[in-house]
Design a protein around this ligand. Structure first.
Ligand code: DC
Length: 226
């Protein structure tokens, strides 16, 4: 039976997070930012000097991650890891690349699977990531795969980083994005790819509002059929 889940998958910088937030707010549904979980494992590993290919140690971190997602007064979400607020610390390029390395480890993915599924609560969930529609929520009622060229995604990332007070050159960002795409799409376990039944949206030429409209139109038509 179809689950009350909307999955938004796609590569780094495709706009998943922003779109997921807007769609979840419009529907009054919960949200799962699955990339944050991989970033938290990577952040915890770096803080504890654990190598990013030390599978047993990373798996133990993933299992024992004490994390809270707390809505703050400005409508955003604070991420608290082992009682310390790390919302911005995990958003750096370094942490994103480290998360992509950690995410190639099957045992880490397995350790995070049920934790992700636990986010599904009434009335529904909007989940963004790389394998939401293919692995974590294969019975989602709506699956969307967002794409955009590496240049457009790097431009968006640069703007986002600037707003958070970080400086980054375009050439380096494009290179990081291409490396991350190759690793996320090329790994053996749960590679980044559209689910067979996903709607693919190329966001290069679309505004955020236009993408949100497309997703909500699809969601409303599916919910009527349910
Ligand atoms: O969406 P993000 O940039 O926060 O994700 C960081 C990394 O985490 C990404 O490069 C790959 C990994 N990831 C994953 O493997 N599976 C997911 N569902 C979400 C993220």
């Amino acid at each position: 039976m179809a689950q009350s889940v909307i999955t938004l998958d796609g590569p780094a910088g495709s706009g998943k997070g922003t779109i997921a937030h807007r769609v979840a707010t419009a529907l009054g549904w919960h949200m799962l930012d699955s990339g944050a979980l991989y970033r938290l494992v990577a952040f915890d590993a770096i803080s504890k000097d654990i190598a990013l290919d030390d599978e047993p140690a990373l798996t133990e971190l993933a299992r024992s991650l004490e994390v809270e997602f707390v809505a703050n007064d400005s409508g955003a979400t604070d991420i608290v890891l082992h009682e310390k607020k790390v919302t911005l610390d995990i958003r750096t390029e370094e942490c994103g690349c480290a998360a992509s390395e950690v995410a190639a480890c099957s045992a880490v993915r397995a350790a995070l699977l049920e934790r992700q599924r636990d986010f599904l609560q009434s009335p529904g969930l909007v989940a963004d990531g790389r394998d939401m529609g293919t692995v974590v929520f294969p019975d989602a009622i709506v699956k969307v795969y967002l794409t955009a060229s590496a240049e457009v995604r790097a431009g968006r990332r640069q703007k986002q980083l600037k707003e958070q007070g970080h400086d980054a050159k375009m050439s380096g960002l494009v290179r990081d994005i291409q490396e991350r795409d190759a690793r996320d799409m090329g790994r053996k376990d749960s590679p980044l790819k559209p689910a067979d039944d996903a709607l693919i949206i190329d966001t290069d030429q679309l505004s955020i509002d236009e993408v949100v409209d497309k997703v909500l139109t699809l969601v409303n038509s599916r919910l009527k059929l349910k």
